[in-house]
Design a protein around this ligand. Structure first.
Ligand code: SF4
Length: 393
């Protein structure tokens, strides 16, 4: 018989006890001071403008806090994370240093879990199947799934209940999107994940004109639910998105589907066949809006975007900036190799690249932002490095 596991969803009443170690690990006095100075920092030849919203979002803040509370609450038990708690290598390393193990690491195995173990679920959630298997093993669970992700789940489950297929603008391989898709399927519905406008256009063409189902399924591979039949399941669609996508692109994709449904079934068919919910989270939206404001208000020589290369929200911040100024997405301060050389991820590249001659000589105005999984102490390290390089020589 399956045991009913203990699941903590609101922390472990140890917030105060872990506050100091969290501050020591992630806080920055310099960043706090810059926020107090109109988000501006000047030193010699460097003028730096920090975006008005950047760094740790409320969901990440809470997940990291709960992880430290878990360690404190269960000092004698093995504590695991299902995988990366967030997409930032520095934070993941710090959490490993607390003695928390990652089930995604080589040598670790879900099969070895026992009821004595404690497992932390990440901010972006886990799939229904994975949760079920952890419940069956009787592990104690600490669920840090962000409220904004739960809101997406609520919407896709409603789509399924009402007979709509969830169209999820996201990356089908991303943990959050896999979890969201599993919620739609578990609730008895179907899903299609579209990455970008081009994929959305393919699906919209099918809605308008039909097509070859085998070719459609070949194109979308693992991005559709089991048993997906485009001729059937694109007849009623509800749009949602991974919380960290580019908000303007998500809105455009929703509108593309609305038009396609209207073209096929007439405006009168929309009520019965189309729904949309903007499920971009407010933290993602605020960071994207802050970047647009910074780009509008300041004349920048270049932009530095700091965050993990696999962090979806960071990549989208870089995408926004790259359309306006030379932009370098770096994973950590070490990416600022020298005044001549920078290691960064180009917006549409998959690999890290090295660019020479990135830093202009003389007075330089640099914009800086960081993704939702980047702590302030790393932002400080980048500012200090930029200060040193700008004033070298
Ligand atoms: S990016 Fe948004 S949805 Fe994701 S953890 Fe942060 S606040 Fe929650």
């Amino acid at each position: 018989m399956t045991q009913s596991p203990l699941i903590f969803r609101k922390g472990l009443d140890l917030k105060h006890e872990v506050a100091q170690v969290l501050a020591d690990s992630y806080h920055s006095d310099l960043v706090a001071a810059i926020k107090e100075s109109d988000h501006r920092f000047e030193s010699g030849r460097l003028t730096l403008h920090l975006a008005r919203e950047f760094g740790f979002c409320y969901g990440v803040d809470r997940a990291v806090d709960y992880a430290y509370q878990t360690r404190k609450r269960f000092p004698d038990r093995t504590v695991y994370l299902t995988g990366e708690i967030i997409h930032n290598p520095h934070v993941n390393d710090q959490i490993r240093a607390q003695g928390i193990r990652f089930l995604s690491d080589p040598g670790e195995s879900f099969d070895a879990l026992t009821p004595a173990d404690v497992v932390i679920l990440p901010a972006f959630g886990i799939t229904v199947d994975l949760l079920q298997s952890l419940v069956e093993r009787g592990c104690t669970l600490v669920d840090t799934t962000c409220g904004s992700v739960l809101n997406v789940w609520k919407n896709v489950k409603r789509y399924s209940d009402d007979g709509y297929t969830s169209i999820i603008h996201g990356k089908y391989w991303h943990e959050e999107t896999r979890a969201t898709a599993s919620q739609a399927y578990e609730a008895g519905g179907h899903f299609l994940v579209v990455l970008d406008r081009a994929e959305a256009e393919t699906a919209c063409d099918y809605i308008r004109r039909g097509g070859d189902p085998a070719r459609f399924l070949e194109r979308f591979g693992r991005a559709v639910s089991p048993g997906f039949d485009p001729g059937l399941h694109l007849g009623r669609v509800g749009c949602a998105n991974q919380t960290t996508m580019l908000s303007s692109e998500s809105l455009e994709i929703g509108e593309m589907f609305r038009r396609a449904v209207a073209d096929r079934y007439g405006e009168s068919g929309l009520n019965e066949r189309f729904r949309a919910f903007d499920t971009i989270c407010s933290a993602t939206q605020d960071r994207q809006d802050a970047i647009l404001r910074l780009l509008d208000e300041r004349r920048l020589d270049l932009m530095i975007v700091l965050g993990g290369y696999n962090s979806s929200n960071t990549c989208n911040l870089a995408r926004i900036c790259a359309g306006r100024v030379p932009t370098f997405h770096i994973a950590d301060p070490a990416g600022l190799v020298s005044t001549d050389e920078i290691r960064h991820k180009p917006v549409d590249g998959k690999q890290e690249a090295v660019t020479q001659g990135w830093l202009p000589a003389g007075n330089t105005v640099i914009g800086l932002t960081s993704g939702a999984s980047t702590p302030d102490n790393l932002v400080e390290a980048v500012i200090r490095r930029l200060e040193g390089l700008s004033n070298a020589g």
